[in-house]
Write a protein that binds this ligand. Structure first.
Ligand SMILES: [Zn+2]
Length: 237
């Protein structure tokens, strides 16, 4: 892990992630865990997820607390998932694999989706899903400019086999009504929530100590968390 877990690094990470769309933030977070500084945008989504899980484990530990609402009865569930359970089999490949499918009389060659693909598509656009799937298509025989939606959906079904770790899915069972369902887990958003929580707690401490003693942010961050805790208690006691 080239990225070091320090308070000021987490604050930088938080600050740099505040601007821009979530797909760009996801890439920025994944690049923190990448072994080389080269762009992670062209890695398949499973490899990006591996990097996000590695960063999550490194910064906040291996247990991911999650909440979900049961679609059957509405009960709110708290579950804790081990990050190992979410790691794609094989850890995710470095190169987006390609494959071919025959769909509605057309031979379609496609590749696994990457972070660059996700970033390129506006999630708010009405045909975001089709636009994303279209990016995975490398060639069509016989050639066509407009691929029917049913062909794209065929490709979507096969994409899951090509890059099995692209989506993090939890199978949940409701203790109230025993309903069983698959819930998608957005690793980047989960990690981002942790980064925000950490940064907010730290900045609240800075604020309280600056107010109490007139210290600067640098003054507060320069002292150890244990001493900081002491001064915080002293300032309110
Ligand atoms: Zn339920």
């Amino acid at each position: 892990m080239p990225w070091q877990l320090t308070e000021s690094n987490v604050l930088h990470l938080w600050e740099s992630g505040l601007a821009g769309p979530s797909a760009a933030r996801s890439l920025r977070l994944a690049s923190m865990a990448a072994p080389s500084p080269r762009s992670v945008a062209d890695l398949p989504l499973s490899a990006l997820n591996s990097l996000l899980l590695e960063l999550r484990r490194h910064a906040f530990g291996p247990a991911l607390p999650c909440t979900a609402d049961c679609p059957g009865c509405g009960e709110s569930l708290d579950v804790t998932v081990a990050s190992d359970e979410l790691l794609p089999a094989g850890g995710g490949t470095a190169v987006a694999a390609t494959a071919t499918v025959v769909s509605y009389g057309r031979t379609v060659t496609y590749r696994a989706l990457t972070g660059r693909d996700v970033r390129a598509v506006d999630p708010a656009s009405p045909r975001a899903r089709q636009a994303l799937l279209r990016r995975s298509v490398l060639s069509v025989d016989p050639p066509t400019d407009e691929l029917p939606d049913e062909v794209l959906e065929d490709v979507a079904r096969h994409l899951a086999d090509l890059d099995p770790g692209a989506d993090s899915v939890l199978t949940l069972v409701c203790p109230q009504c025993e309903h069983r369902w698959d819930a998608a887990l957005d690793l980047a958003e989960h990690l981002w929530t942790d980064v925000c929580g950490y940064a907010h707690r730290l900045l609240h401490d800075v604020h309280a100590l600056a107010r109490a003693f007139g210290w600067t942010e640098a003054d507060v961050l320069a002292i150890s968390p244990a001493r900081r805790r002491f001064y915080l208690e002293a300032s309110t006691g």
